[in-house]
Design a protein around this ligand. Structure first.
Ligand code: KPL
Length: 299
């Protein structure tokens, strides 16, 4: 299969590297990473040890493939959609943190847009190299729920490349569960400066559990059946599977980059406000990250 992976950050590079073992992959990203991949290939380390040679480009316009896998940060989705709309794809899938990116892509693209979640831990340590710090899984399916041929095809493409994959018919619920996981893990680890495994016990685990419980409450107000215990168990499961991982938000804070706080805890707060629910832990986490970002140099 021809696959474009749009976004060559930590997760995009890992997913692109895994898919490139079986498929013809084009990785869309930025220099110096793209230049290094072109020069010496993409090294995938940590829990894997192999090098692949995907095509790599900094120009995401005019591409054509069977599948576009979108892995950019949530706030870069509109720009990605605009670039992808100049190309041709049979299907696209969002493998991004936060919620709402599928709708942004679907508004621009002339192909089925699938929803997906990924709980692999990944860190891009240097240009041309990415480490897998935790083997999670990819779950994908039609974004409204149900089944589709496009989802089955994408699922087979991921599975044959050795990516642990489930094709699901309940993506709306899965997206809320993943939001609860990210709402619990990302901001908490970024502020406490701890790895994901530190959320399995101790003071930070209480904050993560409360943020996840609040997210489940908002999900239920939106008609999605996600129990408090299920949300907390999902946080624990992912924290265990990615115990050695530095969450993507902590990586962003450490590198002085913009974070995805608005599309994770900020999104929970916005939806809670609409439903008249109070989510004090998510609000505190959001405000603390916003306070940090106010002093960050602009991109
Ligand atoms: O999605 C993640 C992230 O860091 O953004 C998890 C799964 C929590 C892995 O760290």
């Amino acid at each position: 299969m021809d696959i474009v992976v749009f976004g060559a950050g930590s997760l995009g590079s890992l997913v692109g590297g895994l898919l490139a073992r079986e498929h013809a992959v084009t990785l869309v990203g930025r220099d110096p990473h793209v230049a290094a991949v072109r020069e010496s290939g993409l090294r995938v380390g940590g829990q894997f040890d192999f090098t692949v040679r995907p095509d790599a480009t900094t120009d995401g316009t005019g591409l054509a493939a069977d599948l576009a896998v979108v892995t950019v940060k949530a706030f870069d989705t509109a720009a990605a959609a605009e670039a992808l709309a100049t190309g041709r794809f049979d299907a696209a899938i969002s493998l991004q943190n936060g919620m709402g990116s599928e709708e942004t892509l679907a508004a621009s693209l002339d192909c089925p847009v699938l929803a997906g979640t990924a709980t692999y831990g990944a860190v891009r340590r240097e240009p041309g190299a990415v480490d897998c710090t935790g083997r999670g899984e990819v779950v994908l399916g039609p974004r409204e729920g149900g089944t589709s041929e496009a989802a089955d095809r994408a699922g087979r493409a991921f599975s044959t490349a050795g990516v642990e994959t489930t094709v699901a018919d309940d993506m709306p619920r899965r997206l809320w569960e993943k939001l609860a996981v990210n709402a619990g893990i990302n901001a908490t680890t970024a502020l406490a400066r701890v790895e994901n495994g530190a959320l399995l016990d101790g003071p930070a685990s209480e904050v993560a559990g409360d943020a996840a419980r609040e997210t489940a409450r908002v999900a239920r107000a939106e008609g999605v059946e996600l129990g408090d215990d299920e949300a907390v168990e999902a946080v624990e499961r992912v924290a265990r599977a990615t115990a050695a991982n530095t969450s993507s938000m902590q990586q962003d804070v450490l590198a002085g980059r913009r974070t995805e706080i608005e599309s994770i805890n900020g999104h929970v707060c916005a939806r809670a406000r609409e439903r008249g629910k109070s989510v004090p832990v998510n609000r505190t986490l959001t405000n603390l990250l916003r306070a940090r970002e106010r002093d960050r140099p602009q991109d």
